[in-house]
Structure formats: C-alpha cells, structure tokens
Design a protein around this ligand. Structure first.
Ligand code: GTP
Length: 361
C-alpha cells in the first residue's frame, strides 16, 4: 500500500514553534511528529510514503536524506505554491509516479497520531466498493470539524464542514482516507482544492463515499493543547502508535527513553538521558529532550522542554512548551499553554500565562 502524507501546511496554530520548524518536524516525545505517523502506517502495511511538501520542505529533506523513515520508503514532492488538501493529493499522486501503480492508496494528515486499524478500513472499502473511505472519530463538540452523517452500513449521506449547532452528528473526519485513483480525476489541476469542502461532498453526492466509525486512540496534534497532550499520551502509553511500539528499538530510536514510561535507572520517564537535570529540580509528567538543562529548584510539570532549552534555577514551567534552544530565566513562570519559540529568552522573573513568545507574526 502506498500513502500520501499531507505535511505542507503552515501550522499557524502552533506559531511561534512553526515559524522555524514545520509542524510535522516538531518533536513529539523525542522524535519528529512525522516519525510516529509514518511508523504507525508502516505497522499497518504501508510500505511507501510520499510526502506532500510545501512550507519549509527543506527540513524534511534534510532529516531523511536516504529516503527511509521509521522503516518505510520515503519520497517527496514539493508544491510550487500551496494547493490545499485535494490539490496536494493530486499533485503528489501525479508527480511521484503513483499513477503507474493504479491501486487503492491511503492519504493521511501528517499531524494525526492514531491506532486506526488500516486493514479493517481497507476491508470496508473493498466490500462496499467505495471510491473513497474516511475514518471517523466521535467528539463532544464537533463545531470546529468536518461532520459526517452516515447510514447504518457506513455509507456517507452528507459531509458538513464546521456545522452550526446543533450538529447533525458528533462523528468527524479523522484525517485518514482510502481512495481509488478515480478520485484524482475529480480534482482540478493547478488550483487550490479542499478535499473536505469540494471533493468529499461530491463523492458523497454520487453515493460512493463510505466511512469507518472507530473510537480508537486518535489525536490531531495541530493545536498547542493537543501538541502537548500527544506527548503526554505517548508517555502514559495510551497509544500503541509511535516509533517505540512497532518493532523499532526504543533504545536506538529514542536514545534510551521509552514511550511506555519505562526508563533507564535514575532518569525519570520522558527525560532524555542526554538532558542535564539538577538533583534539586522537580520534573513531573514532562518530556525533557536531549541537551536541555534544568537548573536547581526549578519545576517542570505537564510540559515539553525541547532540545537544548535551558530552564534556569528557580524557574517554573507548567503545561507549556519551551522551544529548542530557548531559555526560561531565573525565577520566571511559564504556565497555562504558553509556547516559547526556538531560541527565545524569557527574562528572569517574568510571568507568562497562555502566551506565545515571540508574538505570532
Ligand atoms: P493551521 O495553519 O494551524 O490550520 O495548520 P495547517 O496549515 O497544517 O492546516 P491543517 O492542520 O488544517 O491541515 C491538515 C493537513 O494538511 C496538515 O497535515 C497540513 O500540513 C496539510 N496541508 C494543509 N494545506 C496544505 C497544502 O496546501 N499543501 C500540502 N502539501 N499540505 C497541506
């Protein structure tokens, strides 16, 4: 099975972290987000992934120069300008040579980490003779998402983007699709086309769109809250997706830190053995990456401290992300979903709550 991974978006909701690093190259529990996604696909029979690149494409190309990622063959195409989700699928399909293989292919949003059983989805896709099949997940508040209404056997009746309340269903598009090559013919070349707003409604209209409703582990790691939660979920072992769980050695891939919370003696789970932690620092349920320094009497709780960041003595970091090479100054407090951009310096004694520094452009 071949897959197209959509990883060309600007990731505006994660600014300023995404100003320097594209979203799917941001670390999730010590490895780039994309590795967890590709590894999970690989575990479900995907043997070739085409990256649909755009924004900061060079970061991906530099990270995987030999065309392998988490044991899967990787190739890429770079859009000359953002073509939106369906435009990106068409461009990747035609430019990467997938056209010649003709078979069913998978498409996934690059920021979705899930335990979805692709084999089960493929079975539904085949038995229903669908042109496209979507994974659906149930959420409490569907108003921010694409809501999908299905009949009892899974055929999609309606596809409604960001509905006004009351929503017609709580099942939303979870961002993993199976498609037949004929879907490509529905997408105009050379312009921005959204798969959610244009293509799926058209396929549903033709009664050829099916959906698999499965409340398996799933997270769209594209907001500050979910980006942080994805890391803590993997740390807590809530998902079997991810690099340490699909036969890839956690010793090698995660530099000795396992996602199941088991760690070498003396190193708290989630803390890289290559981080430097003062014995008088308190670290609770957090990810502290290689080369980070956490000083005496500081507290890091429910947070992610990226590679090379420095938490100075007496500083407090709660439920926040400190970007790579950033500094939280002596006695500063960084709390409530604050994002500190790469190499930014939070001055000593400053308090930040729910902030983004530097301010998003
Ligand atoms: P926000 O700006 O925070 O909404 O993030 P985003 O730009 O990543 O958009 P969104 O999360 O809605 O996109 C869903 C998926 O499609 C993500 O994996 C994006 O990287 C990807 N994506 C969105 N637009 C494009 C595009 O024009 N080209 C490509 N190749 N991928 C895209």
């Amino acid at each position: 099975m071949q897959a197209i991974l959509l990883v060309g978006g600007f990731g505006t909701r994660l600014r300023p972290l995404t100003l320097t690093t594209p979203k799917q190259m941001l670390p999730v529990l010590h490895r780039p987000m994309i590795e967890h996604v590709v590894c999970a696909l690989g575990a479900h029979g995907v043997d070739r992934v085409v990256l649909a690149l755009g924004y900061h494409d060079e970061a991906f190309r530099a990270a995987y120069p030999d065309g392998r990622c988490a044991g899967v063959d990787l190739s890429w195409v770079v859009e000359p300008e953002p073509l939106d989700t369906a435009g990106a699928i068409r461009f990747a399909y035609t430019e990467s040579g997938m056209e010649s293989s003709e078979g069913t292919f998978l498409v996934a949003n690059g920021d979705v980490i899930t335990d979805l059983d692709v084999g089960e989805m493929l079975q539904l896709h085949r038995t229903s003779r669908a042109e496209a099949t979507i994974h659906l997940i149930e959420v409490e508040d569907p108003s921010r998402y694409g809501v999908v209404v299905t009949d009892s056997d899974g055929r999609v009746g309606a596809f409604v983007e960001k509905p006004q309340p009351p929503a017609p269903s709580n099942w939303i598009n979870a961002g993993t699709y199976l498609m037949e090559p004929s879907v490509i013919g529905r997408i105009d070349a050379g312009r921005r086309v959204s798969v959610e707003r244009e293509i799926f409604p058209a396929v549903a209209e033709d009664r050829s769109l099916w959906a698999l409703r499965r409340n398996t582990y799933w997270i769209d790691a594209g907001t500050p809250q979910t980006y942080l939660r994805a890391q803590l979920d993997l740390l807590d072992g809530l998902s079997s997706a991810g690099v340490s769980s699909a036969g890839v050695s956690s010793e090698r891939v995660l530099s000795g830190v396992s996602s199941a919370g088991v760690s070498p003696a003396g190193v708290p789970a989630g803390v890289s053995p290559e981080a430097s932690i003062d014995p008088a620092a308190v670290i609770e349920r957090s990810v502290v990456m290689a080369g980070a320094v956490v000083g005496t009497d500081s507290v890091v709780r429910g947070s992610a401290v990226h590679a090379g960041a420095v938490i100075e003595p007496g500083a407090v970091v709660l439920d926040s992300v400190v970007g790579s090479g950033a500094t939280v100054g002596r006695g500063a407090r960084v709390t409530d979903g604050t994002l500190v951009g790469a190499r930014f310096e939070v001055a000593p004694g400053v308090t930040l709550s729910g902030a983004r520094v530097p301010g998003a452009a």
